[in-house]
Design a protein around this ligand. Structure first.
Ligand code: ADP
Length: 437
């Protein structure tokens, strides 16, 4: 700064000294005239440099920075350094951005940034490929205008993104995408899309394999079972040990038959090829049937009660609902000791129809509850087997619930009993309509 004042004052000091000399040599008027001329020259010079600065600022490029002498040299050289630094930072930032873009492009997943109104702010090449996006044409477009599948639009409008959405893109229906949304920053969302076609294919192969094996096993099993039953009924079968062996064989073949039947039910429910055939189900009739089945299964060992608090009928598939309700009731009977009570209820909870089975049985420890619907998950393997369980009942119930957009809620206390509830969406409750024939 000192340098600045020094350089600024040099012409003034020299001018003043020269004016004093002129005053001494000639007169005060000549000295003042000289001073005036000198000041006007200095001002004109500053004005000229100011003009050059303003003109340069209109298009501030490093190559066109003006040249000047004196104090203006200092100003322009500082500006030059500043612009150079700025240019360098810009280059570094651009390089960083390019690195990030290269990294995002190399990701094995599609990534898109959406703002709070689902407009696309950025996407990587894989996301462009997955959703047929054009980064320039579709920049800041609402993604729901470009990807219109109802399940996708509904997923985006929702608030629960804990589970990914599996979807087939409109223009590549041979592809299956898994889509997940992650919220971050201020109302921004990261949309990750993953091609799971291969995984789905393997999963479909696994399902088909289980279905085929179960199907293949069914016929030989029925034949073996038939022969075992015939042998058991033969009047000349005296030997006690042979009778006992046949009894065991009959028990085991029956178990295998149940297992194959449950595996086939599960494969059918899991298959994309079996859409839900809906009808209006008369719940009073259906639950009375279930109740009768329960009575004969229990054989009078339990106190069974049926409470129909709601008159609503249910939109769904009768056979599937029968299977789900029957499974829950058969579990309640099998896991409740003799003399216990079992209550079947059909009620409305916050406009949602609910089917509940409450038992006073052995109950379940809390750590097992989240895993009960896994295939073959049993709390007590031997009890399940003894009572004729396959370990697939609740997996079947869960699948039927999903197909009806219902939720399976389980509450239990060990030693006191359990309640299994199927909570259906309100839109499935039908009131005041006669059921279809
Ligand atoms: P399983 O054929 O073994 O009964 P499920 O899938 O129907 O198979 O049930 C899984 C497990 O959940 C059972 O093995 C049992 O341990 C437990 N479970 C199901 N229902 C009840 C119930 N009402 N009371 C106690 N435990 C139950």
């Amino acid at each position: 700064m000192q340098d600045f004042w020094f350089r600024l004052s040099i012409p003034l000091v020299f001018g003043t000294l020269f004016a004093l000399l002129l005053w001494g040599m000639f007169s005060v008027t000549i000295a003042l005239l000289f001073m005036l001329l000198a000041l006007l020259t200095v001002m004109a010079r500053h004005a000229w440099h100011l003009f050059k600065l303003l003109r340069w600022l209109q298009d501030a490029r490093i190559e066109t920075i003006p040249e000047a002498g004196g104090i203006w040299d200092e100003v322009f050289s500082r500006l030059y350094k500043m612009v150079k630094r700025h240019k360098q930072t810009k280059l570094e930032l651009a390089a960083e951005l390019q690195h990030l873009e290269q990294a995002a492009a190399a990701l094995p997943e599609g990534v898109a940034i959406l703002n709070d109104s689902n407009r696309i702010e950025w996407c990587n090449p894989l996301a462009q490929q997955h959703f047929d996006l054009d980064p320039e044409r579709d920049f800041m477009q609402d993604i729901t205008y470009l990807v219109r599948q109802p399940e996708f639009v509904e997923y985006l409008r929702g608030t629960n993104f804990s589970e990914p959405l599996a979807m087939r893109p409109a223009r590549h229906d041979d592809m299956v995408l898994s889509i997940k949304l992650i919220s971050y920053g201020e109302n921004k969302r990261l949309m990750i899309s993953r091609d799971i076609t291969q995984l789905e294919r393997i999963e479909a192969m696994r399902r088909d394999f289980v279905a085929n094996v179960s199907h293949e096993l069914r016929t030989p099993l029925t034949v073996v079972n038939g022969y075992v039953e015939n042998l058991q009924d033969m009047p000349d079968l005296r030997q006690e040990s042979a009778r006992h062996a046949l009894q065991l064989m009959a028990g085991q073949t029956q178990r295998m038959k149940n297992l194959v039947a449950d595996l086939l039910t599960l494969s059918r429910l899991e298959s994309d090829r079996s859409p839900l055939h809906e009808e209006i189900v008369d719940m009073e009739l259906l639950l009375n049937e279930i109740y009768q089945d329960g009575q004969s299964l229990s054989g009078g060992a339990h106190v069974l009660q049926l409470e129909l608090q709601s008159k609503a009928k249910l939109l769904g598939n009768r056979e599937e609902l029968r299977s789900a309700f029957g499974n829950l009731l058969s579990n309640a009977i099998r896991y409740t000791p003799q003399g216990g009570t079992i209550l079947l209820r059909w009620v409305a909870r916050d406009a949602q129809p609910v089917f509940a089975v409450q038992d006073s049985g052995i109950g379940i420890l809390p750590q097992h509850i989240p895993r009960l619907t896994e295939r073959f998950y049993r709390v007590d393997r031997s009890r399940s087997r003894e009572t004729g369980g396959t370990g697939l009942g609740l997996a079947i119930v869960k699948h039927i619930a999903i197909r009806h957009q219902a939720k399976l809620e389980i509450s239990s206390e060990e030693g006191k009993g359990s309640t299994f509830m199927l909570v259906f969406p309100g839109k499935r409750a039908i009131t005041g309509v006669t059921p279809a024939a």
